[in-house]
Design a protein around this ligand. Structure first.
Ligand SMILES: NC(=O)c1ccc[n+]([C@@H]2O[C@H](COP(=O)([O-])OP(=O)(O)OC[C@H]3O[C@@H](n4cnc5c(N)ncnc54)[C@H](OP(=O)(O)O)[C@@H]3O)[C@@H](O)[C@H]2O)c1
Length: 270
């Protein structure tokens, strides 16, 4: 299979590339401000906000499947428009599309979210991810939209945030619950999905919901760090308008996929 990983220089994209190359796939991977660090990947520069460039690359590479990961937290043109450009170009060449979405498109509530619940974004990043989904679904109803949560693992921004909070340099919120997923599990699930016919939104996250502050304590225990220094707070108290409790119910993915999605306690158990 010829795979195009858009955002191969990113955290998830890099792991997808590693696993795909190991499995013997032919992989083309794109970068923008960063670089592709995985040997065996044919690296190409791409700006997803440039619709013509995206179409030209897809027409040249002619992939069987495209994995679309790009986003910028505060840039609608990358997160929303860029996702639409990739979906349009993938549809033009008849490629299977696996689009990376996020739990950030939900408002937050005490009960878990099922796969097919419509977005209820409360902040710009969530709105951009919701817009991306709408565009991707309209262009290619057969595409799968992987709704995931905090991506953890070696080199993860989320683990670094925990380390910063343990050193008093950042704050972890007690009122923001998420379902962290290991980057290796998520990448394996994404690669499985390139060969499946699953369409529409699919929750692909860990089975265990924890607050960011609880995750900080698990990281401290895993690394033998003193938890006393952990700086915590609440997002409500900080005046932030962000989703609070977002639990993704990933039971459908657990049934559909061979990849087991591990919970954060198991991942950080040692
Ligand atoms: N990280 C999480 O905890 C988390 C949680 C939920 C959902 N997600 C979703 O999962 C996906 C992957 O996340 P990640 O943590 O792996 O992201 P990441 O490490 O920040 O990677 C983002 C990728 O987007 C690329 N990119 C940014 N601007 C671009 C542009 N204008 N044109 C082309 N590419 C561009 C980056 O390329 P350069 O680095 O080369 O510029 C990079 O390869 C995203 O769609 C995100 O919304 C992530």
């Amino acid at each position: 299979m010829r795979l195009l990983v858009v955002g191969a220089s990113g955290f998830l994209g890099g792991e997808v590339c590693r696993q795909a190359v190991t499995a013997g796939e032919r992989v083309v991977g794109t970068y923008h401000a960063g670089a592709v660090a995985v040997p065996g990947v044919a690296a190409r520069w791409l700006d997803v906000t440039d619709r013509s460039a995206v179409r030209a690359l897809l027409a040249e590479v002619r992939p069987d499947a495209v994995i679309a990961t790009p986003y910028r937290y505060d840039d609608w043109s990358v997160t929303a428009d860029g996702a639409a450009h990739v979906a349009y170009a993938a549809a033009e060449v008849g490629a299977r599309l696996v689009h990376l979405s996020s739990d950030a498109l939900h408002a937050g509530r005490p009960t878990p979210y099922r796969d097919d619940e419509p977005p209820t974004p409360v902040f710009p990043y969530g709105a951009a991810k919701a817009a991306a989904e709408t565009a991707v679904r309209a262009i290619d109803p057969a595409a799968v939209l992987v709704r995931t949560s905090l991506i953890v693992g070696e080199g993860s921004k989320q683990i670094q945030l925990c380390l910063d909070a343990l050193a008093g340099r950042a704050t972890l919120f007690t009122d923001e619950l998420r379902c962290p997923v290991d980057v290796r599990d998520l990448a394996a699930a994404v690669l499985e999905l390139t060969r499946s016919e699953v369409a529409g939104p699919l929750n692909v996250a860990g089975p265990e919901a924890v607050s960011r502050a609880e995750m900080g304590l698990l990281v401290a225990a895993r690394l033998g760090l003193d938890p006393a220094g952990l700086k915590t707070g609440t997002s409500v108290g900080a005046g932030l308008h962000r989703p609070t409790e977002v639990r993704l119910d990933s039971s459908r993915a657990a049934e559909l996929l061979r990849t087991r999605l591990r919970g954060i306690s198991e991942l950080l158990a040692g």
